[in-house]
Design a binder for this molecule. Structure first.
Ligand code: BEZ
Length: 231
């Protein structure tokens, strides 16, 4: 789908769009995005700058939890509008010197994209001039195995991300895809899920008469446990 560009050529990709394509140099070599990630989920995220405290805490946390995302078939890819040598120096400093909240000797093994020209950041709406025109905001793009953008979260420069929430959102989307359900507010894996709305008067009536195995708060709002054994 064609991207809307503002006066500074900043596109704002939307949920449901195909992830904009790019080739990039990263701390793990060149990548061709999203082609290199076929059949995987990807969390593509930006941070404002290397050698800054909030970003350092985020990178350490993401690196420590990378195996949890890997177990969910999800790859991590970071980006900032710094150069490759800055990225390398920062990641070396993190590994060699930084101890934070019990994390130390943390090695960042996922790719960190160099984007000094801001070309990629602008394609993804990571530059938001009201916040900063020289730094990427903290954007998070969830991209599914078909290369479609499924969720986008933006945070300002001052706000470090919540990694439990990123993982919860990923699991919720994967669960919704697999079981054709939706997830209610504050859903956590194992909680009851929302059954799609009744599509006919008959189904609505059956649900209210408890003919289906679910809990209905009204005809349009029913939940059920996920019987994972029945797969
Ligand atoms: C930080 O990562 O600490 C940070 C970066 C840019 C602005 C404010 C904080």
């Amino acid at each position: 789908m064609e991207q809307q560009l503002d006066q500074q050529n900043i596109a704002m990709p939307r949920i449901g769009d195909k992830a904009p394509e790019f080739k990039a140099i990263t701390t793990q070599g060149e990548i061709n995005f999203p082609a290199d990630y076929k059949d995987k989920w990807v969390i593509l995220f930006s941070h404002p700058a290397d050698f800054t405290p909030v970003c350092t805490s985020e990178f350490m946390t993401f690196a420590r939890r990378e195996n949890e995302f890997e177990a969910l078939n999800c790859k991590l890819v970071g980006l900032s509008i710094d150069g490759l040598y800055s990225h390398i120096a920062w990641l070396r400093t993190i590994k060699e010197k930084i101890e934070f909240k019990g994390m130390k000797n943390i090695e960042v093994n996922f790719p960190l994209i160099e984007d000094i020209t801001m070309e990629i950041a602008k394609k993804y709406g990571m530059i938001q001039p009201g916040e900063s025109s020289t730094k990427a905001v903290r954007a998070v793009f969830f991209i599914d195995p078909e290369g479609t953008i499924r969720a986008i979260i933006y945070y300002p420069l001052s706000l470090g991300r919540n990694f439990d929430e990123l993982k919860r959102a990923l699991i919720a989307m994967q669960t919704a895809d697999k079981y054709s359900i939706a997830t209610p507010a504050d859903w956590q894996p194992g909680d009851d899920v929302i059954v799609p709305p009744a599509g006919s008067c008959g189904v609505a009536k059956d649900r209210m008469e408890n003919k289906e195995e679910m809990t209905c708060y009204d005809w349009f709002f029913c939940t059920k446990p996920l019987n994972l054994d029945k797969e």
